[in-house]
Design a protein around this ligand. Structure first.
Ligand SMILES: C[S@@+](CC[C@H](N)C(=O)[O-])C[C@H]1O[C@@H](n2cnc3c(N)ncnc32)[C@H](O)[C@@H]1O
Length: 237
């Protein structure tokens, strides 16, 4: 049977999902993760859905190419509107903006019950997703970074949990520092560059809300620079 090789980003998502028997992949597109999970033999059932017909057709073709005959349910659906929450243990929502992922999660009120492991991979606006998790009684219980072709991706394993994240932790979950993720220094450098440029842009702009935004972003920048220093220090120990 043809072997399926995942990119580092998809492999990091699959590494969390492989611990569950029944998994949903919302916005599956190419369906590589569901196929890999079923081929692993550890995951027994995957519900894979997409809102668009083209990606769902791609998913069908991948399943066929890699010889998946049982265990995969492919569904054309917006978010989790057709998903029975009792039929899965873990839910993947990956490769979309943080606000889109939060929108998909918020459309299903049972998500806040915390019965499912959520494997989330925001491409942008991480802070909006982590804020949404907190407002709904959830938090990043674990996280990992993966690098592909020069890009670094954040993968979050979310579940029930109360502690309010600091403004910095909305951008970079602190579990990455606790685990001493090897990509954390590089990831922080990029976040610091990005926020520095946003702060500089705001300072020279005439936007009416500029002072409010600066009051929000400057403490984040300060916190991330501090975190970067601590990572440097930990690496020297
Ligand atoms: C960039 S792809 C990501 C594919 C894959 N999850 C990954 O991480 O590589 C985003 C996919 O999500 C789908 N999508 C966007 N909004 C969605 C929604 N509300 N419900 C289901 N699928 C959605 C898109 O059609 C697209 O196929």
């Amino acid at each position: 049977m043809k072997d399926i090789k995942l990119t580092n980003r998809l492999a990091a998502i699959a590494a969390y999902a492989v611990n569950f028997e029944r998994v949903a992949d919302i916005g599956t597109d190419h369906c590589y993760v569901p196929v890999w999970l079923l081929r692993s033999g550890k995951v027994k059932q995957v519900y894979a859905s997409d809102i668009n017909k083209g990606p769902l057709q791609r998913a069908r073709e991948t399943a066929e190419e890699y010889g998946i005959k049982t265990g995969l349910e492919l569904v054309l659906s917006d978010g989790m509107s057709h998903l029975n929450p009792d039929s899965v243990d873990a839910i993947i929502v990956a490769g979309m903006g943080g606000e889109t992922i939060a929108g998909i999660l918020s459309a299903s009120d049972w998500i806040g019950e915390g019965r499912h492991a959520l494997i989330l991979q925001p491409m942008t606006k991480t802070e909006e997703l982590i804020r949404w998790l907190h407002l709904n009684g959830l938090r990043a219980r674990d996280a990992a970074l993966a690098e592909d072709e020069g890009e670094i991706y954040l993968i979050i394993l979310a579940g029930p949990g109360e502690p309010k994240p600091s403004v910095c932790e909305l951008y970079v979950p602190k579990v990455l520092a606790e685990k001493r993720d090897p990509l954390l220094g590089k990831y922080l450098d990029r976040q610091i560059r990005r926020i520095t440029s946003a702060v500089e842009g705001l300072k020279s702009s005439r936007a009416p809300n500029k002072d409010v935004r600066l009051t929000q972003l400057e403490p984040v920048l300060e916190g991330l620079i501090k975190m970067r220093g601590e990572v440097e220090y930990a690496n020297c120990e």
